[in-house]
Design a protein around this ligand. Structure first.
Ligand code: PLP
Length: 626
């Protein structure tokens, strides 16, 4: 477990069991815990026809995170004597999948946990999913009249919809729609905070943020609402510092600045009553508990207490009543609940084939003999020098090959000799007191490539797009020491489709310790904490479609059910997404086969077999099928 840091990033949900497999741990209503091996879940899914790659959603973890967020705020509110409540909303964009949103709505019902909608489609989702009108719907994003009218109509049904003004021009639209519909809207306003935060997603804060109103626009909005006698409708102040805010100091600074705006809006005569902090609650992806981009230097309890205290500290001194606290935590709510499981199809090793260097002699090209000499003379005191020499002679031979001056066999000998020398140096580097700078990347250059049955672009797009780190670990064989060091390649034909940065013991771990493949046995890796943003941001690169998905529910007695399952896209599905018509394609292929029969190239029976193969492929999974 320590090798892969499981206990650091697993948040108590993931650990190893006595069989050396990764298990998920859930707490039942009596406070007792149950653990289930991910291998058991995976093999049951495969038996049911849901093969790798497989996206696993663990419903209990979603429920647990929704409950934890609400309970932590309730505890902080109680502890600090805060005189109002917490009402969380889940931002639908973070994971829009129906299974996920329905589960959040169900788990959130006891806490009146609501939804945040950033578009018309998301508002429609929120309206038809939330199970209680006590839960809030916060509408962010650009809103046209249709969007606003739908929200206003829903308010007639008792639904608590808030329209958050993101741009100055929206104010007039909301006012005119509300006057037409004769509904008093709940208006919120998003402000641009000057506070800028650390982390990847900080473009949403600061003066140049593309969203929110600056102080002049805010004054203009207040005046406009006052002119329409609608200051009683201005109830909510919203800001969003950015996602994955790793430093608690930034969270506190944001709250303090926002509270100044809040108090002044109260002073201006706005009704207020709600303070919406947006998202930003980070996930400790690397388990380092630091203010590094992939971590956070605070616990959930600390986050809640700091938020509550910061609000009280500012508003109490201004004599302003405590508002309802809203957060739009997305990442922290859903990250834990999804795991991508995939099998390893093959490996490449950068090792020389068995070599008898004595066979290289007088008859061989002088460059090859020089290379042999450089390799033979490697010792712990000349690592850098002999590496430079070997590299030089190998490159010379490559260039001689280009000019037709050495044969393919001679080149192969040279490549092999070079690898032989490089591996000799790598072994000696392990014992070296100081590794020369030029040789620091040698272990990575000589590491294996493990080919995984998945598409990075479809399932883990943030790794490609923004160098996100997710814990990646074999889900079994932890009783055996991993003897290989590897990077992972996916099955797209794209050289960017690789994972070569990992969470581990070193700050910048460039290879992953893995086990040798065993003949006839699957080797399955899990990419953890991927429930946020990955599914919808994924794309169809190389026409690899959605993977199989299963949701699992672990019961009070420790048994589990496959509560929902969705078969991944077929080839016909993905082709239709890119405007092909599988029926027309079949017809064209059928004509080709028919002509071949007519021309005597195949028999009618062979035609039957060929067309059967074609249709079976069309309805098959887009990934490697065993
Ligand atoms: N609210 C708004 C307005 C956002 O733009 C985002 C995402 O960046 C979120 C909430 C969710 O943030 P997080 O996933 O960090 O909680």
């Amino acid at each position: 477990a320590e090798l892969y840091g499981i206990r650091n990033w697993g948040a108590g949900y993931f650990d190893l069991n006595e069989s050396g497999e990764i298990s998920v741990k859930v707490t039942n209503s009596t406070g007792a815990t149950n653990t289930v091996s991910l291998m058991d879940i995976a093999s049951g899914a495969v038996e049911r026809g849901l093969g790798m790659p497989l996206l696993l959603r663990i419903e209990n973890l979603l429920d647990a995170q929704v409950a934890l967020l609400n309970q932590s705020f309730a505890k902080a509110i109680d502890q600090c004597g805060y005189r109002n409540v917490f009402r969380g909303v889940f931002p639908i964009k973070v994971n829009q999948q129906c299974q996920v949103i329905e589960e959040i709505a169900k788990a959130g019902k006891p806490f009146n946990h609501g939804l945040e909608a950033g578009s018309k489609a998301e508002l429609i989702t929120a309206l038809s999913t939330l199970e209680s009108t006590d839960s809030l719907i916060v509408c962010n994003g650009y809103k046209d009249e249709e969007f606003i009218n739908l929200g206003l109509q829903a308010m007639r049904l008792g639904v608590q919809v808030f329209f958050v003004v993101e741009t100055p021009s929206e104010v007039a639209t909301i006012i005119s729609c509300a006057e037409r519909e004769q509904v008093r809207p709940n208006i919120g306003v998003r402000i641009k905070l000057a506070s800028k935060v650390g982390g990847y997603w900080n473009a949403t804060s600061g003066d140049r943020s593309i969203f929110g109103l600056g102080s002049n626009d805010l004054i203009a909005m207040v005046d406009e609402l006052r002119r329409h006698d609608m200051l009683d409708c201005l109830k909510l102040l919203h800001y969003h510092l950015g996602s994955q805010v790793p430093n608690i100091r930034d969270i506190r600074t944001g709250v303090l600045e926002a509270c100044r705006y809040y108090a002044d809006l109260v002073e201006e005569g706005a009704a207020m009553g709600y303070l919406d902090l947006g998202g930003g609650l980070a996930v400790d992806y690397d388990g380092s508990k630091t203010n590094d981009t992939h971590s956070r230097n605070y616990s959930l309890d600390e986050y809640c207490v700091d938020v509550v205290e910061a609000i009280m500290g500012t508003l109490d001194s201004e004599g302003v009543e405590h508002p309802v606290i809203i957060t739009e935590s997305g990442r922290a709510t859903v990250a834990y609940s999804s795991v991508l499981l995939f099998d390893i199809l093959d490996t490449t090793r950068y090792e020389p084939v068995a070599i008898d260097t004595n066979k290289i002699g007088e008859d061989d090209h002088p460059m090859l003999r020089n290379l042999k000499e450089a390799v033979d003379s490697v010792n712990s005191s000349n690592l850098q020098e002999s590496y430079n020499d070997a590299l030089y002679y190998r490159d010379e031979i490559r260039s001689l090959y280009l000019h037709g001056q050495v044969s393919l066999r001679e080149r192969a000998n040279a490549e092999n000799l070079f690898l032989h020398g490089a591996q000799k140096i790598r072994v000696l580097l392990d014992e070296a007191e100081e590794v020369p700078v030029d040789l620091q990347s040698l272990p990575v250059a000589l590491s294996d490539i493990y080919y995984g049955n998945f598409s990075l672009f479809q399932s883990l797009p943030d790794i490609w797009a923004i160098d996100q780190l997710f814990p990646l670990v074999p889900i079994h064989r932890h009783h055996e020491a991993p003897t290989r060091s590897a990077i992972i390649a996916d099955i797209t034909c794209d050289c960017d489709g690789k994972i070569d940065r990992f969470i581990g013991r070193q700050e910048e771990q460039r290879t992953l310790p893995l086990h040798e493949l065993k003949e006839g046995e699957d080797y399955i890796l899990g990419s953890f904490l991927i429930g946020a943003y990955q599914e919808t941001l994924g794309d169809l690169h190389n026409l690899f479609g959605d993977t199989n998905v299963v949701s699992v529910r672990i019961h009070e007695d420790g048994s589990f059910d496959y509560s929902r399952e969705i078969h991944g896209d077929s080839i016909a599905d993905v082709l239709s997404y890119v405007e092909y018509r599988p029926q027309d394609m079949f017809e064209r292929f059928r004509k080709l086969a028919e002509k071949a029969v007519k021309d005597g190239k195949i028999t009618a029976q062979q035609r039957k077999q060929i067309l059967h193969t074609y249709t079976a492929s069309m309805s098959g999974y887009t990934y490697f099928e065993k």
